[in-house]
Structure formats: C-alpha cells, structure tokens
Write a protein that binds this ligand. Structure first.
Ligand code: TXA
Ligand code: MG
Length: 330
C-alpha cells in the first residue's frame, strides 16, 4: 500500500450505512459487523477493490473470499444450487453458514475474488447492519475477517481498528458480534462436505440434510484464513491448460505473452496473443487482471504462455505464488 488512509470509525446508523455503501461503490474498503465476526468488505465485482483488500490484509496468497449477499435470490444469480444446497440455504440463511457452490457462467464476481476457481463461497449474514449495507449497496460484497493476515478474527470494532488503522477507509461500529466464531463452510459441489467448522453446528446441518456430511480431511482451524481449506480437492488452484513459462524475458514462436510493466520483450512480435498485467507496473492493477488475463491467454491454444517477471514486494508475493502454482507440472 502507498500512503496510509485516514480510517474513519462511525457508529452504525442510517448515515454511516449510506456512507459505507457509497464507499463500496467508489472501490473503497469498509469493515462492518456480521453475526460471526467483523468482515472487511469490498465490491465483489471490482477486481481493483478486491486487490486492494488483499493488500490491506497483508495476505501472502490470494485465498478465495466469501461473497456476502442480501438473500437467496441474490445468491442464485451467482451460483447453482442443487437440492442439498437449496435445503441448507432454506434452513440456515440468513445465518452463519457459507456454501461453496458451482459458479454461474455469468457470475459478475471478479476472478481474483474466487482465485480463478469455478466455485464460489456464498453467505447471507444475519446481522441488521450487514443486511442494511448489502441492501443499500445492491451488489455482492466480498468480506474476509477484518484482521491482518495471521491474526485472530475481530469481534469488536476496536479489534478492527488496532489491526487495520490506516489501511482501510471506514469501520462501521455495530457493537460486539454475537456469534464470535466464523461461519461453518460446507461445499455442495458433489456430496456435501464440511470444509470449516463454525457458527452452525455440524449436527444441525446433518439433521437438515438427512444424512452425514463428508469431512474434508485437513479442515482448517476456524481462524486459519491464510490456509486454503482444500488445496488438493475443492479449492484446488486455478491452472491453465497451456503450459506457463515463468520469468520469461523473450517470447518464442507460438507462445502467448503475459506482460508486466512498460518493457516489450524481444520476440514479442511473434506472440500468438499478448496481454499486459499492468503497463505502468502497478501491482494492484496486476493482481486485479491476473486470473482473467490467464484465462484469456489460455483460450488462445498457444504452445505456452510466456510470463514476464513480476517484482516480489507487496501484492507481488501473492501474484508470484499464483503464477508458480499455475506453472506447476500436472
Ligand atoms: O464468518 C465468516 O465466514 C467471516 C465473516 C466476515 O463473514 N468471513 C470469513 O472469511 O471467515 P475468511 O476469508 O476469513 O475465510 C473464508 C474461507 C477461507 O479459508 C477460504 O479458503 C474459504 O473460505 N473459501 C472461499 N472460497 C472457497 C472456495 N471456492 N472453495 C473452498 N474454500 C473457499
Ligand atoms: Mg479469517
């Protein structure tokens, strides 16, 4: 991040809720209470805002985020619900349950927010302030817990301030959060699977389903938000079909070019296609473009994608992490 922001803290009321919605629409970052923990919200459809959110949290990697929506109808615009998912949404929304579902083909959520995956995590929070912000804003809001990466989740506005002062625009103070642990995460991609224990008890979910949940082996601790919950399976990393050649300083015949910065590498004229993550070398812009550019270049059917080097500072660490994973042999 560049210059520190003047983080404002406002008590939750009609004026501050309106301010939060305006701030989201302007690409800003706002912390707000949900029934579980305070979330750090950004416009889910704005890749630049999502990139700023990762930078503010200091996440070492782009872990996929939960998109918060006002109701089931808004959720259906983003993801496909099978019968189990519909039953769980019916039983527990609004409330501390997150469902990981197949993304709709025309889902407007930024690729960066879902780490380029074909699935999306959705939740309808049961908190008056969160509900009012979502309905005033009118679009999905991605919100990880509003703590610095590696710290515990905040349950008061003061926790948020001590972690994120100077890094976000606004904190809406709605008092302590009632549940105090994060939402339970269940994937309904195939057989319903518990990915993270949380605010809704497993037994209650199993009663609603009428059968036991599968348990994801390495189900992360509730506050381990930097650890992908299911690296090998559900949250497996986005990987292009086209081989990726890292740290490319030249382009070979038949390759597509993933550029970074103002320099054009030797051989660029023979590229089958070229996209630049950020011509001005801006890492926030590069993060916002990363997954969509990879997808677009992958679709060209080139021999390989030559990815120019990206510096390692700030968001560069996460960008390089994802490029390395995308390049890993399969
Ligand atoms: O209670 C909560 O869920 C809070 C409040 C603010 O809503 N949010 C929260 O978000 O805990 P976060 O980012 O700290 O944790 C979200 C977890 C991460 O571990 C992430 O890997 C997982 O959800 N996740 C998100 N999308 C996923 C996906 N498509 N597949 C598997 N896991 C996913
Ligand atoms: Mg967290």
């Amino acid at each position: 991040m560049t210059a520190p922001l003047a983080t404002r803290m406002l008590t939750a009321d009609a004026a501050s809720i309106g301010e939060a919605a305006r701030c989201l629409a302007a690409g800003g970052l706002i912390a707000f209470p949900t029934e579980t923990v305070y979330g750090l919200g950004a416009d889910a459809t704005d890749g630049r805002a999502v990139a700023r959110l990762y930078a503010a949290k200091g996440r070492p990697a782009f872990n996929p985020l939960i998109a918060h929506v006002v109701d089931l109808a808004a959720a259906r615009a983003l993801a496909r619900f099978d019968a189990d998912a519909a039953r769980l949404a019916q039983a527990f929304w609004p409330g501390p349950l997150t469902l990981v579902l197949p993304k709709q083909a025309r889902c407007p959520v930024a690729d960066l927010a879902t780490s380029g995956l074909d699935s999306i995590a959705l939740r309808v929070p049961d908190h008056a302030v969160a509900q009012k912000i979502l309905s005033a804003f009118g679009k999905p809001v991605v919100a990880p817990s509003a703590n610095r990466s590696g710290h515990v989740s905040p349950t008061t506005a003061a926790h948020v301030l001590s972690d994120l002062r100077g890094r976000i625009d606004l904190i809406v103070d709605g008092g302590p959060t009632p549940v105090g642990v994060e939402s339970t995460i269940v994937a309904c991609l195939d057989e319903p699977t518990l990915l993270r224990p949380g605010g809704v008890a497993r037994e209650a979910i199993e009663r609603a389903l009428g059968r036991p949940l599968l348990q994801f082996e390495a189900a992360a601790a509730p506050d381990a938000d930097d650890v992908p919950l299911a690296p090998g399976m559900l949250a497996s990393h986005y990987a292009p079909h086209t081989p990726l050649r890292l740290d490319a300083r030249t382009v070979e015949a038949g390759e597509a070019l993933l550029g970074f910065g103002p320099t054009t590498p030797a051989g660029a004229e023979q590229a089958t296609g070229a996209l630049n993550l950020s011509e001005r070398g801006d890492l926030t812009e590069a993060a916002a473009n990363l997954f969509s550019h990879l997808r677009a270049l992958d679709a060209l059917g080139a021999r390989a994608i030559a990815a120019m080097p990206v510096p390692h500072g700030g968001l560069g660490e996460a960008i390089n992490d994802r490029l390395k994973r995308a390049a890993a042999p399969r």
